[in-house]
Ligand binder design. Structure first.
Ligand SMILES: Cc1cc2nc3c(=O)[nH]c(=O)nc-3n(C[C@H](O)[C@H](O)[C@H](O)COP(=O)(O)OP(=O)(O)OC[C@H]3O[C@@H](n4cnc5c(N)ncnc54)[C@H](O)[C@@H]3O)c2cc1C
Length: 499
């Protein structure tokens, strides 16, 4: 019997995961990817002898102990080497001259917090209790195991029973945004610490979850960078017989009688298939490629009202110096803000790629400075290429001056520099407003389930980060799994996992 053909748009982690599960289940898949390499947002690039990692910052599930690891094994991601995080991040408040490390040793972290912020004893105790509470249950697959469409009463019961101890952390006050949670904190540095540990609009439970992984020694950084991680999925997909057509941009989804029948690529060639699965930017798919013909109020309000994750500008420097004493991430609240557009930026994230020899030759280091910024500023600037390039140069100059004040002598040791703006992220991946993680996992939307199909359109599924309430490695790998579980169900096939 001929295998049913699936065309997948995009070879990011979402598209690759979709392809892997589809191949396991006997479909004949081809991924069309506009870039010459896989990975999309999980990107790395070379600058001279240096490897710049412009993707995944940290990862959980890469080693046994969490149920998420089983899914990593299914898609081959477990083969990517990681370095465990001993310190999640260092926070420096330049105004008060204080600094604190978020240690993976929770007792130590709690003791350090109490020493530094004695007035906030009660809040510290509540915060740490949340992390400890989350650590008691393996929540790495919570809400991910099956697509909601396939849940029945028995499965819901099992889900609630397994996670009964953790459920309280996903309802009520645990879902208040960090921004809200910090309001009654006395010490401004403790406030800032929580606000910038991840994103201020995520529920406090999200922070607890991240720190629970850190304290269980289940959070790490990729030893060989994001592209190597992606290549592990690509390898798995190709081994299973999948095909990838690189450097080929999809322009349209072909529809006949409300049924997806293939795609058209930018070179005007039509490619037919039994199913189409998108794993690229959601808005482009729904409103451009399908011309808004298959939406409803729920989808429209998601795209009109939900916030996307704010983009950032990422400045990477290849430096002829070792930085052995630095932790991988330091967040500065600086007294010497860096101007980006018309904004003065006080929160400066610096990353030191000193945990592996893969990023720079011996004795050298990549230092990356990330600053949250405004999409419109970079998008408008790009209309004048000269001005845009000048703005990038000027920002790099200001950033180098800023680094020089904190690490004297660094400036003259800089051998290469690279500036990636939100426009760069958009140009490379086509994600709306350069969003690096899709929708913002806010308190209002974080637990919302998004359907993987569109109303009125048959033989079409949506995967990748825009098919989940938030992006990230774990959600997009599950998105691919969910889509193929649903497709198998729709085709009356049993969903299987093969070696
Ligand atoms: C700097 C950075 C740090 C991050 N840190 C973390 C982290 O620490 N932890 C975490 O879990 N997640 C992190 N993420 C988020 C995570 O990497 C993404 O959510 C995830 O990789 C998204 O995968 P995706 O496949 O859904 O989308 P994408 O990566 O955007 O893939 C979509 C693919 O489709 C291709 N494409 C687009 N349009 C077309 C078209 N018309 N035709 C053909 N191909 C097309 C694109 O080129 C791309 O390859 C980070 C992301 C970035 C950028």
């Amino acid at each position: 019997m001929n295998k049913q053909k699936i065309i997948i748009i995009g070879a990011g982690l979402g598209g690759l995961s979709t392809g892997i599960y589809a191949q396991m289940n006997g479909f004949d898949t081809t991924i069309y990817e506009k870039n010459p390499v896989p990975g999309g947002l999980a990107a790395c690039w070379k600058r001279g002898d240096y490897l710049i990692d412009g993707g995944i910052h940290f990862l959980s599930g890469y080693k046994p102990g969490l149920s998420l690891h089983n899914v990593f094994k299914e898609v081959g991601a477990h083969k990517a080497e990681c370095v465990d995080l001993v310190t999640y991040a260092r926070y420096i408040d330049e105004k008060s001259g204080r600094s604190i490390d978020v240690s993976s040793d929770l007792d130590k972290f709690q003791a350090d917090l109490l020493t530094m912020f004695p007035e906030d004893k009660k809040k510290i105790s509540h915060f740490i209790k949340g992390i400890r509470g989350m650590s008691k249950t393996d929540i790495s697959e919570f809400g991910f195991r099956e697509p909601v469409e396939l849940m029945n009463t028995m499965k819901w019961f099992k889900e609630f029973w397994q996670y009964r101890k953790a459920l309280k952390y996903f309802i009520g006050k645990s879902m208040q945004p960090v921004r809200e949670y910090v309001k009654n904190i006395h010490d401004p540095m403790f406030k800032d610490l929580l606000l910038h540990m991840f994103l201020p609009d995520v529920p406090i439970a999200f922070l607890w979850m991240i720190l629970s992984f850190v304290s269980q020694k289940q959070m790490g950084v990729l030893k060989k960078g994001s592209l190597d991680f992606t290549r592990k999925l690509e390898e798995r997909y190709l081994e299973l017989g999948g095909k990838i057509v690189y450097k080929t941009e999809v322009s349209d989804i072909l529809v006949e009688n409300d049924k997806a029948v293939g795609i058209k690529t930018k070179d005007d060639i039509e490619h037919l298939s039994d199913f189409v699965i998108s794993a690229n930017d959601g808005r482009t798919v729904i409103y451009d490629m399908l011309k808004g013909a298959y939406t409803n109020d729920e989808i429209d309000s998601r795209y009109n009202e939900w916030q996307t994750v704010d983009p950032f500008v990422s400045l990477s420097f290849g430096i002829n110096q070792e930085f052995d004493d630095e932790v991988w991430l330091t967040v500065f609240k600086t007294t010497d803000p860096i101007t980006v557009g018309d904004e003065e930026k006080e929160i400066i994230m610096t990353r030191f790629f000193n945990y592996s020899s893969e990023f720079a030759p011996k004795g050298k280091t990549v230092v990356q400075v990330d600053i949250e910024t405004n999409w419109d500023y970079w998008f408008n600037l790009r209309k004048d290429k000269k001005k845009y390039n000048q703005a990038k140069k000027d920002l790099a100059e200001r950033t180098k001056e800023w680094l020089e004040k904190r690490f004297p002598g660094i400036k003259k040791k800089i051998e290469v520099e690279d500036v990636a703006t939100p426009y760069t992220f958009w140009r490379y991946t086509s994600n709306e407003k350069g969003s690096y993680m899709g929708f913002l996992p806010s308190s209002d939307t974080f637990t919302t389930y998004i359907k993987k199909t569109l109303p009125g359109l048959d033989n079409f599924y949506i995967s990748g980060q825009w098919s989940m309430s938030t992006g990230g490695v774990q959600p997009v790998i599950y998105a691919g799994r969910h889509v193929i579980q649903l497709l198998c169900k729709d085709e009356g096939k049993e969903f299987i996992i093969s070696e």
